[in-house]
Design a protein around this ligand. Sequence first.
Ligand code: GLU
Ligand code: ZN
Length: 491
Amino acid sequence: MANANVRVRFCPSPTGNPHVGLVRTALFNWAYARHNQGSLVFRIEDTDAARDSEESYEQLLDSMRWLGFDWDEGPEIGGPHAPYRQSQRMDIYKDVAEKLLAAGHAYRCYCSTEELDARRDAARAAGKPSGYDGHCRDLSAEQIAAYEAEGRQPIVRFRMPDEAITFEDLVRGEITYQPENVPDFGIVRANGAPLYTLVNPVDDALMEITHVLRGEDLLSSTPRQIALYKALTELGIAKLTPAFGHLPYVMGEGNKKLSKRDPQASLNLYRERGFLPEGLLNYLSLLGWSFSADQDVFSIEDMVAKFDLADVNANPARFDLKKAESINGDHIRMLDVKAFAAACEPWLRAPFANWAPEDFDQAAWEAIAPHAQTRVTVLSDITANVDFLFLKEPVEDEASWTKAMKGDPVGLLTTARAKLEAADWASADSLKEAVLAAGEEHGLKLGKAQAPVRVAVTGRTVGLPLFESLEILGKDRTLTRIDAALAKLTA
Ligand code: GLU
Ligand code: ZN
């Protein structure tokens, strides 16, 4: 049942190229919002000036647009809770931190890093919990004055309640954290900069987020956020506490967590290789969710119609590049041929294509496109499949040449050339008959007979259907290439 009150958020930090884990999180939030006809809030968590960059911000927006996501509030469109970039909301966080301090939900912690480290090591050695020990929870006015006189710069720490925190994770079920495992945590740095631990739940509260769907790596921050929400509710800042759902880890090669730095994780890689956004999203939707027991390929609209958190699985999902490619290939085949031809165009021009722009022939491309559409799994495959049409001479590939030019290639090519010259060039079937007949004269089946022709004309042993390719390339260019091959063979 649709629930238009659903408000989810996608809130990345602009710290580098978007990676597939981030895209999966965006997808699940977007699909959940659209399924419910609720709202997706897009928020930029750029409070870390040292790591965030404007370039990454632009890339994020560009990636979201390319993937086809839209949002109801956020960058470029604004909304009732603007601004949606945390770097522009610093006064809000400062104000909330003051209120938490005034109400006793937070306190100033004067411990130095050295002191914290020493006490943590001692606790560990004694086999005790090694998180913050509450040293500054209840400092007297004298102690505070003494620390201030020493010139110490305090951080602000949130005071965790001394009781267990239990919540119902939408993916993993009931989860309980014992207080000794969730120590008081910093929310504002000594230099006054607010931390993720504060700004993320504060904004979720102010933006009235109902469901927090994010990666499992953030699970351990949830008990802290729930405690903070309680304090924010008491202060009248939060109206509701969201439900939380943690999406399963994505595993890469060797069953290790796919890391942001893994080249296989970079969204740009998939764009450059020519994944269709709908193919990539289809595949990513299967990382932790399934459409049905017997169907892996579906449209985004169908995914949205079916998407429900109840079907998200807690088990780690394995990123399988081969499967991603195969699903993408299926989406390529689902395009109508005009859309396919248009989608390939970037790969038919520099810098991906190695022929001169003026040698590209639109009519030849449109003629070959239907044959190519059945063969490529990613759009970048197109270049090698059709380069024989646009290069002045076919590529030279020694391995293909050696493989195909066996037996009596001179005899076969000479016969084939004569028969092709006499064939009807308006019919691929007639060209096939010519090569078939040439093969018969030399005791070769069609497969063996067409190999030297293919390599002479396209440079490669594998490629698009040969006789359609020859027809589109044309009689003159085909015969010239066979002549060139014969010259090379007899030199
Ligand atoms: N900015 C955080 C991140 O990129 C968001 C985490 C969350 O969804 O709470 O990891
Ligand atoms: Zn302290």
